[in-house]
Design a protein around this ligand. Structure first.
Ligand SMILES: Nc1nc2c(ncn2[C@@H]2O[C@H](COP(=O)(O)OP(=O)(O)OP(=O)(O)O)[C@@H](O)[C@H]2O)c(=O)[nH]1
Ligand SMILES: [Mg+2]
Length: 141
């Protein structure tokens, strides 16, 4: 299975998505550090939000086979700059989260991730288990 690193703003749903990918119960846990031991690498949102820690994400991304840029369908802005994907030097996919939310704007989130250069977009809801199996199947390809 391909190893994926998830990065994105705090509260975008990375840890919850990983729980869903693992088939675990969804329990809120603030991510405190980069966990690179697992096939699903989790990162704290703060690393994606400022300039000073962004370099660490770039370095840790080289431990993964695939980079997952996570953007909640409820977010008003995107922390990833346009055309950032080639920096990763490996496949970069976009993951739209919280698609079940009443305020979700799937298309806007997907457009922003496409602008980053994501080669594929997954529409997910960890809560409703939408798109989770599709993402798992991609990682197992
Ligand atoms: N409606 C809805 N809420 C979700 C979903 N996934 C996560 N959430 C909620 O979003 C909040 C933040 O989720 P986390 O998974 O902790 O977000 P995170 O990206 O890991 O945040 P950091 O660890 O701070 O970087 C929690 O209250 C979750 O319950 C989803 O699929 N649907
Ligand atoms: Mg987290």
């Amino acid at each position: 299975m391909k190893k994926i690193i998830l990065m994105g703003k705090s509260g975008s749903g990375k840890t919850t998505l990983i729980e869903a990918l693992r088939g675990e119960e969804l329990v809120y846990r603030k991510t405190q550090y980069i966990d690179y031991s697992d096939a699903f690498m989790d990162t704290p949102g703060e690393y994606a939000e400022g300039n000073d820690l962004g370099g660490a994400l770039a370095v840790y991304s080289y431990e993964a086979d695939v980079v997952g840029l996570v953007l909640s369908a409820t977010d008003d802005f995107c922390v990833f700059p346009p055309a950032c994907a080639p920096v990763a030097n490996r496949p970069v996919v976009g993951v739209v989260t919280k698609c079940d939310h009443a305020d979700a704007r799937h298309d806007l989130a997907a457009m922003r991730l496409e602008l980053c250069g994501c080669e594929r977009i997954f529409y997910t809801s960890a809560r409703e288990r939408v798109g989770v199996d599709e993402l798992l199947a991609y990682l197992k390809e």
